[in-house]
Design a protein around this ligand. Structure first.
Ligand code: C5P
Length: 226
């Protein structure tokens, strides 16, 4: 039964963007609203899962629910630390966050003054949370990832599936007018290890969350017989 398989199971979900300071008043970030991850957290909690939601800076918050603990973070490094702390104890980990790939190497502690011409800021790589934790995936743990591409994206989604050791990856292509940031709807392609890919119809993010959870439920159900 897909609605009892989650009872008491620990879920860890990352969601939203991260913000990387350039100076005290400016930052690098992206357009993630957090809506998809928040929806996943709410639906999983309703199904009885115990959810830790590691949430970047967003206007949206999950509906309060006794099964949801929200940890608010700002930067990728904070998100990495919070996620690492809760990883081992979690049975299902969903990497929904749009983590900034780079941060300023040396954020200025004073507001940077306007220059005569160009300004150069040195950026360094943030850790890849999903990849690092994918290398430490526990027995029986399910890892789900997202990929957002501005082209069709099948090749890079396939690469992410393997590189980050996901059980499946949910691909959003911004070529689909109903998909992507700041939208209520989504149309995605789901790629799984060793299975045929499927393209969903246009769904609300809530409906898509339910479909993703059904897929996770069936993976958990199958584990019982292996
Ligand atoms: O490589 P890309 O950023 O497109 O991969 C997207 C997937 O990896 C998402 O599931 C995202 O949450 C996760 N990710 C992460 N840490 C990063 C970058 C991406 O967990 N630094």
């Amino acid at each position: 039964n897909p609605d009892t398989v989650f009872t008491g199971k620990k879920f860890l979900i990352t969601a939203g963007p991260t913000q990387e300071a350039i100076d005290p008043v400016r930052y690098i970030s992206n357009h993630s609203s957090g809506r998809m991850g928040i929806s996943l957290a709410e639906r999983a909690a309703e199904k009885g899962a115990k959810v830790t939601l590691v949430l970047g800076p967003t206007a949206l918050k999950p509906k309060p629910h006794p099964n949801i603990e929200t940890i608010s973070v700002v930067t990728a490094l904070e998100m990495f630390n919070a996620t690492k702390t809760h990883h081992t104890e979690s049975q299902v980990v969903i990497f929904c966050a749009a983590v900034a790939d780079y941060r300023s190497e040396k954020p200025s502690d004073q507001k940077i003054k306007k220059k005569e011409n160009a300004l150069n800021i040195s950026l360094i790589k943030n850790p890849d949370i999903a990849k690092t934790l994918g290398e430490n995936k526990k027995q029986g743990q399910v890892h789900v990832g997202f990929a957002l591409e501005t082209d069709e994206g099948l090749g890079s989604a396939e690469r992410k599936l393997n590189e980050k050791n996901f059980d499946f990856v949910v691909l959003n292509s911004l070529l689909d007018p109903e998909a992507g940031f700041q939208k209520n709807t989504n149309q995605v392609t789901i790629l799984s290890k060793g299975k045929k890919k499927i393209k969903t119809p246009v769904l609300t993010k809530d409906k898509l969350a339910t479909q993703i959870l059904d897929r996770i439920a069936s993976i958990l159900e199958n584990q019982k017989y292996n």
